[in-house]
Design a protein around this ligand. Structure first.
Ligand code: 5AD
Length: 369
């Protein structure tokens, strides 16, 4: 018995040690599939150690503003897809967005994430005006999450001052991707991510975990793709079933797998920013955030969408995210950070070693629009 435990521990240790330098798909599947608590304990412990080594103890906060729930896409899993029945659609005005950002900055946030459906009303020019307005508030990082756009618009956003861009690839299985996202391809998605990196954005992707038809092997491929793309931010959360798109996975499996993917992301991609996602807190309201922060995560993304709009941005069913009071939530996060012996960062929370903007400009020179 003792002998077997020893062999299993040595095997686990060897696999863990390989993840940072040359992760093997087979080793990722091993950690995703294991039913042995000593294996998962070792994974989580090592992820927490790597988190401290690569990104330190600070927890970075990002204020999300969901400024439009209009969307031209019809992604089957999404509660604001074009064809989803009964959605009350809204758009904030450019000045409402800038005001919401100013309120976030007044509360101490140094990163504002502007997120929306793929809404053609928000032309490149309108988005640039929002970015410029927010950059005028001070040394604030602006992250955009507005979907697939032409490369020329990505460049215009960057030139307007946007620092970061989030575009989740959702799943690295091309067939599953095509089935869930009508009219879209994984290839086009990944091309956008490469383009965003090349322009100079700190670039983020992410996936949903527990999609109908998803496999552990394809989750391993997701993690390998994150590494290949050298992403700066990776947000992975459980799929929360919406009407018309059920899943074969249990809630417990989706939660457990989300933690494992998080921990593996930390070990494989090392110094990236990894949020404890809202979707994970939707599955486990009380414990998920603290658990994620001790299993690799170093970022939390509070929702600062003005209350009168927030209820309509229902990507998946979740009461909690709607009822949260901004100030009370921030106080709660500070208490949580203190309880974990960590702190809330006062900085912008760029990726470690990220070149300051002027260096990026020097590197890439003048970009034609
Ligand atoms: N459950 C969990 N996450 C979802 N998203 C969209 N629909 C769902 C769902 N039903 C995520 C996707 C998308 C992000 C904005 O929200 O990853 O990129």
């Amino acid at each position: 018995m003792a002998n077997r435990t020893y062999i299993s521990d040595a095997d686990t240790a060897r696999r863990l040690a390989g993840l940072g330098n040359s992760p093997a798909r087979e080793d990722l599947v091993y950690f995703l599939a294991s039913r042995d608590a000593t294996v998962t304990d070792a994974l989580y412990r090592e992820a927490d150690r790597a988190r401290r080594q690569w990104v330190g103890d600070e927890i970075h906060l990002r204020a999300i503003i969901e400024f439009s729930n209009h969307c031209r896409r019809d992604c089957r899993y999404c509660g604001i897809r074009r064809g989803f029945p009964g959605v009350t659609r809204y758009r904030m005005t450019v000045s409402e967005v800038i005001d919401a950002a100013a309120a976030a900055v007044a509360m101490g946030y140094r990163t504002v994430v502007l997120q929306s459906g793929e809404d053609g009303w928000f032309t490149g020019d309108r988005i640039c005006r929002m970015v410029e307005g927010i950059k005028g508030l001070g040394d604030i990082a602006v992250t955009l999450a507005v979907g697939e756009r032409p490369a020329a618009e990505y460049r215009a956003f960057f030139d307007a001052g946007a620092d970061r861009y989030l575009l989740k690839h959702e799943t690295a299985d091309p067939e599953l991707y095509a089935g869930l996202n009508p009219g879209m391809t994984l290839e086009a998605r990944v091309d956008c991510l490469r383009e965003l990196k090349a322009i100079g954005f700190q670039t983020g992707s992410g996936i949903m975990i527990g999609l109908p038809g998803q496999t552990l092997e394809s989750l391993a491929d997701d993690i390998l793709l994150f590494r290949e793309l050298d992403l700066d931010m990776i947000g992975c959360g459980p799929y929360i079933p919406v009407a018309g798109c059920p899943t074969g996975w249990s809630a417990a499996d989706r939660e457990e797998l989300s933690f494992r993917v998080l921990a593996l992301n930390r070990l494989v991609t090392r110094d990236t920013h990894l949020p404890s996602t809202t979707a994970l807190s939707t599955l486990n309201e009380n414990d998920a955030r603290a658990l994620a922060l001790t299993r690799g995560a170093n970022v939390i993304m509070p929702n600062l969408t003005p209350e009168r709009f927030r209820r309509f941005y229902e990507i998946y069913p979740s009461k909690k995210r709607i009822e949260v009071d901004n100030l009370a939530f921030r106080t709660e996060l500070e208490a949580l950070a203190a309880r974990l012996g960590r702190g809330i960062s006062l900085g912008r929370g760029d990726r470690p070693g990220w070149p300051v903007r002027s260096e990026v400009d020097k590197q890439y020179g003048e970009r034609p629009i």
